[in-house]
Design a protein around this ligand. Structure first.
Ligand SMILES: Nc1nc2c(ncn2[C@@H]2O[C@H](COP(=O)(O)OP(=O)(O)OP(=O)(O)O)[C@@H](O)[C@H]2O)c(=O)[nH]1
Length: 333
């Protein structure tokens, strides 16, 4: 047994959700690395990520130096640690053009160990898939696993046919033998989710864990929650609110008097903007936008924490907070 260099001696720690997340022994043959799901919108990437990460989630916002991408979740297993990250270039190819896309693809090449290319079982392979596939073709020697999602929506025959079509696509777009594997999955019916994890883990390098299990404390958990809310709040209004939004989790506590099998975490959050006009943007007409931000981020927070969450969002104006060191400190910058 060997220990990771980074596996610092921490006391056994409990998260806000009660999970025990410390492990000091690393078995022989342990694998760890980064994977990223790509695929056109609606392909099932997020649902699969959530299903994989499930309750075993450990959240951390301490990004290791090897990646600048957002960590969606970490699958901790006895034999491996699979870190699921976003690769923006492949995620939303249509918003990027030419060189920039190529750069992002090259960046991905150096930063993830394996790519999971999601293709829905119930939809024909289309130009969007092909486009992403071609970009993946530029990732020389990077294993690409084709994940045929939403397998529950089609018959066995249709699934078999789609698997064949996907394999053919792999041979067409990837040099040297196509996809490393083609795996059907249903994230909502929990069919083959572990299989997807096994295949991805099998393609990771042997390595000690990138994130010590025991590192998880409430602090990075809170940062991650803030990051998720910030992302949801900026969705679609990034241009109007470039860097003017700070999210502060004021309190995150398990609610008392809940049955043990139905825990609930209360999260109180302030969103700070610089101007009243920005506040209006965040809140939206009749509060509609803020409600949407709340429900969208609540879903991802619940997936990450593995518990139900009550999310209480407030928007406040903190004038010119970016230029005021005192305010910056208070807002966690
Ligand atoms: N029946 C079924 N539906 C699924 C499955 N996985 C995802 N879906 C549904 O497909 C839709 C899209 O899933 P997402 O996981 O949001 O897809 P995505 O690829 O992350 O989408 P973007 O964020 O737009 O890129 C949602 O309505 C899911 O509920 C599955 O295994 N079975």
């Amino acid at each position: 047994m060997k220990k990771s260099d980074r596996d610092v001696e921490l006391p056994v720690s409990k998260t806000a959700t009660g999970g025990e997340l410390f492990r000091s022994e690393i078995p022989e043959g342990y694998r760890a690395g980064f994977a990223s799901f790509v695929g056109r919108p609606n392909a099932g990437k997020s649902t699969l990520t959530n299903a994989l990460v499930g309750r075993k989630v450990a959240i951390t916002s301490n990004k290791p130096q090897t990646t600048r991408h957002t960590i969606r979740g970490i699958v901790h297993r006895d034999d491996a640690q699979l870190v699921l990250v976003d690769t923006p270039g492949l995620h939303r190819p249509r918003t990027l053009l030419g060189q920039r896309l190529n750069d992002l693809v090259a960046e991905t090449l150096s930063e993830v160990d394996v790519v999971g290319f999601c293709l829905p079982a119930n939809e024909k392979i289309g130009p969007g898939d092909r486009f992403i596939g071609q970009q993946l073709g530029l990732l020389q020697r990077k294993p690409v696993v084709a994940v045929v999602t939403k397998a529950d929506l089609v018959s066995r025959e249709a699934l078999a046919e789609q698997l064949l079509n996907v394999s053919r696509l792999g041979e067409e777009i990837l040099d040297g033998g196509g996809f490393a594997a083609v795996v059907p999955v249903s994230a909502t019916k929990d069919y083959q989710v572990d299989e997807v994890a096994d295949v991805l883990v099998g393609l990771l390098p042997e390595s000690p864990p990138l994130y010590p299990d025991g590192e998880l404390t409430d602090e990075p958990e809170i940062k991650m929650v803030a990051e998720l809310i910030r992302e949801a709040a900026l969705e679609g209004v990034r241009d109007e609110l470039p860097h003017s939004l700070a999210v502060v989790v004021e309190e995150m506590l398990p609610r008392e008097d809940r049955p043990a099998d139905k825990p609930l975490v209360d999260i109180h959050v302030n969103l700070y903007v610089e101007r009243p006009s920005q506040k209006a943007i965040i809140i939206g007409k009749g509060g509609a936008r803020l409600r949407e931000v709340g429900s969208r981020s609540r879903r991802s927070i619940e997936a990450l924490l593995g518990v139900r969450v009550f999310l209480d969002l407030h928007v406040k104006v903190a004038k010119e907070w970016q230029r005021d060191p005192k305010q910056l400190g208070r807002l966690g910058f």
